[in-house]
Write a protein that binds this ligand. Sequence first.
Ligand code: GDP
Length: 425
Amino acid sequence: MSALVVVGAQWGDEGKGKVVDLYAPYADLVVRYAGGANAGHTLVVGGKKQILHLIPSGILHEQTRCIVGQGTVIDPAVFLKEIETLNERGVGTKGRLLVSQRAHVVLPHHKLIDELREKKSGGAIGTTKRGIGPCYEDKIARRGVRIGDLLDVDRLRTKLDANLECWRPVAEDLGGTLPSADDIATRYAELGEALRAYIGDAGAVIRASIEADEKILLEGAQGTMLDIDNGTYPFVTSSNAVAGGACAGAGIGPTHIRSAIGIAKAYTTRVGGGPFPTELQDETGQKLRDAGAEYGSTTGRPRRCGWLDLVALRHAVAVNGLNELAITKLDVLSVVPKLEVCVAYELDGERIAYPPYERLEEVQPIYEALEGWNEDLTACRTRDDLPPAAQRYLARIEQEVGCRVGVVSVGPDRQDTADLRDPFS
Ligand code: GDP
């Protein structure tokens, strides 16, 4: 039993890409279990930037096999492009990468509807307009097109006809025109052919891997506070980003999962709309944005920045059953002389330790001031190498949320990491 889940513990963009990249050499199989091309993992290897939206970052390690699981939604053109880019960079994908035939396909009209809705609402949810929401809507309404359907033109055409029928009035109401079933069928059957070698029974591969007692790393997308059930609904993504989502999204039983590691930034960021109690709309917020390069890897949007919210993190520890935290971007806090962390919220004159139902925008964060360190951390390789104030910062997190901190990331590159160890040991 050696499956391990790595999950975002905040509002996404926690640096999961880097952490999964660090853990991948210890894994035989990396499985992405939720989300679509709205997530973007930025990896920096040897100073070269690589953004992956769908393919697990484990692909950069030769001996690691990767699966894009049934809980994800796939834009086949984006998937193909990522394969091509990796191949151009000398990263082989044949025989190492498989997408579940059960994963749902993001169709052109999903993107169209997503865009038209965002336009109409003035960007209220702040989706990435990649069609992810409408695709998951089709999945839940049982009228979706799945990756396996791309390999059977007749079935694809039949499903598309039924699917388009449902969206037609919606598109018309939003002032848009749907593409024709013929055009979509032709293009997507071509994409299916191009991807044929990568499409298969992912469940069987994962089952065999479990039977062989291999090490499996289950990689989430987005973060806990964006989870459809556990997040700040309705300002959330359309899937279960939490560790529990790994079971359904990869097709693995909970008894096969041995531990869950939550990735959290040393401060907080959020992209798009929705409540954000510790947001800093001042100079300090801008300092964090600049020092942390907090601009979306998928859309380039500036991320909202704020103090570390330990209430949100406590919630993440609880709903994911986290055994360990990986703290990223601790180096970014070096630019801020005096730090604050939110240890609780106040609502209706009461101190609360967990996010409330619905009224997150009304809470007042209760802060605790902590000393900054104003030192370059990038050369630190163990927790003991960190300045005492940074060590105290980590200890305070552990104390408040009741979860130990393992790996600490002190820069974007692989090597800028303290206390890395085999997460399966
Ligand atoms: P993900 O989707 O959770 O992987 O997060 P993103 O890739 O969108 O954002 C993380 C960004 O932070 C990327 O640009 C990383 O290169 C960068 N990054 C990751 N860890 C660190 C770190 O410890 N320090 C700094 N300065 N940057 C980091």
